[in-house]
Design a binder for this molecule. Sequence first.
Ligand code: GLC
Length: 423
Amino acid sequence: MKRSFISLLAAVSLLFLVGCGGDPQLSFMVGGAPNEIAYWESVVRQFEQESGIPVKIIRQTTDTDQRKQSIIMALRGRQSDPDVMLVDVAWIGQLAASDWLHPLDEYDIDVSNFFESVISLANIYDGNLIGVPLYVDGGLLYYRKDLLEKYGFDAPPQHWEELLEMALTVQENERHLNRNFWGYVWQGAQYEGLICNALEIFTSAGGGILDEQGNSIVSSPNTIKALEFMRSLIHEYMVSPPNTYTDMREEEVRMAFQAGNALFQRNWPYAWSLHNADDSKVQGKVGIAPLPFYPQHTSAATLGGWHAVISTFTDVPEQAAAFLRYITSYDVQKEMTLNLGWNPGRIDIYDDPQIMETLPHLVELKPVFENAVPRPIVPYYAEISQALQEHLNAALAGQTSPEDALKQADRAITAIISTYEQN
Ligand code: GLC
């Protein structure tokens, strides 16, 4: 019995080895919502037709933390696949510092038409170009134009206080018609998206995560005030649902808003085209604006976005570079913008007449992306994020006071920084 199991195992391993052999083939690892994967399939087909180079797509989920895990697993194992990947701006610092990103300088990749601030912040490592911003994300406030009008509000809120007031009024009245209606939905689950939401509110109150010298400022009075506000939305004013801190990630938030169950939503630009699709309950009823802020401060959007990179372990660097050039070309970036409503990393697309006509909001909101606030781009960002996720989420869940949570986060972050600095 045991012996036959062993021979079965040997046969399976042999099959696996044979299956892994053969000619090296270009592979592209990508995730996202179902419409995004479908879009990538069509881009890959076009590339194959135009270049004659076959591409294998390795599909991932939408969640950034899960996408990171599968990419790191492949890179740690020095696997030749995937050759090309999309990586979150949040983890590019760590990947570069681990020497997992192939320098692109020799491959004739012209980045002069891309957001300069993003390139210098995230794509140059040790003097080499190591990635190209495929699209740039920034947090935005989505609102129901029809409902603001119905209740006599003539513009979206500028300050957080106004958002709260509008959310309370509209929720109270709409609940008579829809028991599932909420004033404001946003990403509060324990994952990277929570950090993005928190950084926006913190910054718009004069607080933040690290100061310019790289020291923790997470327990400053302004940051505490901002976290208290986030928590009060759920527990005190109850305009955000109790599952905000357990379930709410981008897609859960988008679906709640798209089902007609919320007045305001914090999300990235990708939600726009889905809200306006034919199967959406809120088609034509949605507006977008910069996120609110505290008086005497300014609105802040977290800099998000995904970058096209090539793995150090690629076995087909020339083909990988050809694919990277293709997906960052004018035509493909334009098509991506029209199809998915993503904000392209290329700035020349914002002046394209067709884009200006079909997506005027995107052109108008360009300053939001130019001035977006980055998360710390340091090799140990993953540890900082992990510590913050835990403490912020505990405060939102009501397990710790915002002040205690932030003091604990401050101690943890300071310890992480000093450990890295000693090494
Ligand atoms: C979006 C952003 C990315 C961010 C993630 C958080 O995908 O582009 O930068 O880390 O959301 O969930």
